[in-house]
Design a protein around this ligand. Structure first.
Ligand SMILES: NC(=O)c1ccc[n+]([C@@H]2O[C@H](COP(=O)([O-])OP(=O)(O)OC[C@H]3O[C@@H](n4cnc5c(N)ncnc54)[C@H](O)[C@@H]3O)[C@@H](O)[C@H]2O)c1
Length: 380
C-alpha cells in the first residue's frame, strides 16, 4: 500500500515561499523561490509517479497538498528565516534524494571494461535495464550477456555525436524513456607536457570532454521533456585538483566537473539530476594503459599505477567503487568522491592547497627519479 506524502506550503510573513523540502523514496529535493515554482515542481513530481489530492487552503491560510507516493511524510518549511530553512534542507537532503534503480533504464558509455563494466553489473544487480555501449563492441556484448533485465549492447564511439543520439534514442524509445546516463568512456594520456603534441590534446579532449558533451546533448533535452532523469559524468579526482604529468587528462576532467556542477543547478528545477563521479585510483585496465599507439611517441610516460598510488594511495577495488557510486547516485550526491579516504583527502586538500602542491610535487620528483633509474638500469 502506498504511504501518504504531505507537502505543506507555509508562506512566510512576507508572502514569498523560500524553500520546499520533500523527503522519502521516489521524491527529490525541491527548492523554490515562489509559490508558482513550488506548484510547478510538485506537478512534475506527480507526473513522475505520484498522485495527489487537490490543493487545499488550511484554516491558517496555508496551501496544502497531499501526495501519494511510495514514501513517507514530507514537510517543507518556508518561513522567511532563510538560514534555518537552508539548514533544514541540508539535513534532510540525504533522505530526500534516495531513489531505487528497480525498473529504471540506464545507458553506460565505455561499459565494456573497468568502471563502466562494474557500473553495468551493479545497475543490473539493482534491476535496472542497461544499454552497455563501448567502442569495443565485443567487450560491450560480453558484459551485456550476463546482465539480464532485457539489457543489451551496442557499439558506440562517444566521439560520434550522431551515433550517440541514435543509440540513446533507440533505447529510450523502446523503453519509455531514459532514466540514467553514465558518461563514463575515457582515456588517460600522460607524460611531460613539453613532449605531448596537439594531437594528444585533441584525442583526449575529443573522448573525455566532447564525448561527455555528446552524451549530454543527446540525453538532456529528452530528460527535460520527460521531466525526469539523472546524468552521471565520470570525471576523476584529477578533475578536482592538480594532476601533474597528466595535464591534458586533468584539463578534461576539470571541464567535466565544471559542466556537471553548472548543469546540475540549471537542471534541478526541471526535475533533472546531474552528478560528477570523481574516483581516485581504481583497479581497472586503465592503470596499465599506454598513450594511444597512433599518436607521436614520447621519451617516457609515468607508470600510471605507481604514480597514482604515489599521489593518492593504492587502487581501490572497482566493484566496491561501483556499489558506493550507485548508492551516492541514488542519494543525488553532487560530486561523488570515492573511496572515502580520497574524499577525506580532497576535503583536507581544499583547506590546505599548499600541502597538496607540495605532496604532488614530491610524487612527480619520485616518478622522474624512477624514470632515470630505469634508464640507467636498461643501459647497464
Ligand atoms: N581507473 C581509474 O583509476 C580512474 C580514476 C578516475 C577516473 N577514471 C575514469 O573512469 C572512466 C573509465 O575508466 P576505466 O578506469 O574504467 O578505464 P578502462 O580502460 O578500463 O575502460 C575505459 C572504456 O572506455 C572505452 N572507450 C575508450 N575510448 C572510447 C570511445 N572513444 N568511445 C567509447 N568507448 C571508449 C574503452 O574501450 C574501455 O572499455 C574514464 O573516464 C576514466 O578517466 C578512472
Amino acid at each position: 500500500m502506498l504511504a501518504p506524502w504531505k507537502v505543506t506550503c507555509v508562506p512566510p510573513p512576507t508572502g514569498a515561499v523560500r524553500w520546499v523540502t520533500a523527503f522519502g523514496s521516489g521524491s527529490s529535493l525541491m527548492c523554490a523561490s515562489d509559490e508558482a515554482q513550488v506548484h510547478a515542481l510538485l506537478s512534475s513530481q506527480l507526473r513522475s509517479g505520484g498522485s495527489t489530492l487537490p490543493l487545499v487552503e488550511s484554516e491558517t491560510g496555508r496551501a496544502r497538498r497531499t501526495l501519494m507516493f511510495a514514501g513517507s511524510v514530507v514537510i517543507f518549511q518556508a518561513n522567511g528565516r532563510e538560514d534555518p530553512c537552508r539548514m533544514s534542507c541540508a539535513l534532510v537532503t540525504h533522505l530526500a534524494m534516495t531513489v531505487t534503480f528497480d525498473g529504471k533504464t540506464a545507458m553506460v558509455t565505455g561499459g565494456g571494461s573497468g568502471i563502466g563494466k562494474a557500473l553495468c553489473l551493479e545497475l543490473a544487480r539493482r534491476k535496472a535495464k542497461v544499454l552497455v555501449t563501448d567502442i569495443d563492441e565485443a567487450a560491450a556484448r560480453a558484459v551485456a550477456e550476463g546482465l539480464g533485465n532485457g539489457s543489451r549492447a551496442v557499439r558506440l564511439d562517444v566521439r560520434d555525436a550522431a551515433a550517440f543520439q541514435g543509440a540513446m534514442d533507440e533505447f529510450a524509445d523502446e523503453n519509455g524513456g531514459l532514466d540514467l546516463l553514465f558518461n563514463n568512456a575515457g582515456i588517460a594520456i600522460g607524460g611531460e607536457l613539453h613532449e605531448l603534441t596537439l594531437a594528444h590534446w585533441d584525442r583526449i579532449i575529443d573522448i573525455n570532454l566532447r564525448g561527455v558533451v555528446h552524451g549530454v546533448a543527446a540525453a538532456y533535452p529528452r530528460m527535460v521533456r520527460q521531466e525526469r532523469g539523472h546524468i552521471v559524468n565520470v570525471a576523476s579526482l584529477a578533475g578536482l585538483g592538480p594532476a601533474p604529468l597528466l595535464v591534458p587528462y586533468a584539463a578534461t576532467k576539470h571541464a567535466v566537473v565544471g559542466l556537471s556542477m553548472s548543469l546540475r543547478i540549471e537542471a534541478a528545477a526541471l526535475g533533472i539530476r546531474v552528478s560528477a563521479l570523481c574516483p581516485a585510483a581504481i583497479e581497472t585496465p586503465i592503470l596499465e594503459s599506454d598513450n594511444p599507439a597512433d599518436l607521436p611517441g614520447t621519451t617516457w610516460r609515468p607508470n600510471m599505477r605507481r604514480f597514482l598510488t604515489r599521489l593518492g594511495g593504492p587502487p581501490y577495488p572497482v566493484d566496491k567503487m561501483a556499489t558506493e557510486a550507485l548508492d551516492a547516485v541514488a542519494d543525488n550526491v553532487a560530486v561523488i568522491v570515492l573511496p572515502g579516504a580520497a574524499r577525506m583527502a580532497w576535503r583536507l586538500g581544499r583547506m590546505l592547497p599548499s600541502l597538496v602542491e607540495s605532496l604532488a610535487g614530491k610524487a612527480v620528483a619520485a616518478e622522474r627519479a624512477d624514470k632515470v633509474s630505469l634508464v640507467k638500469t636498461s643501459r647497464s
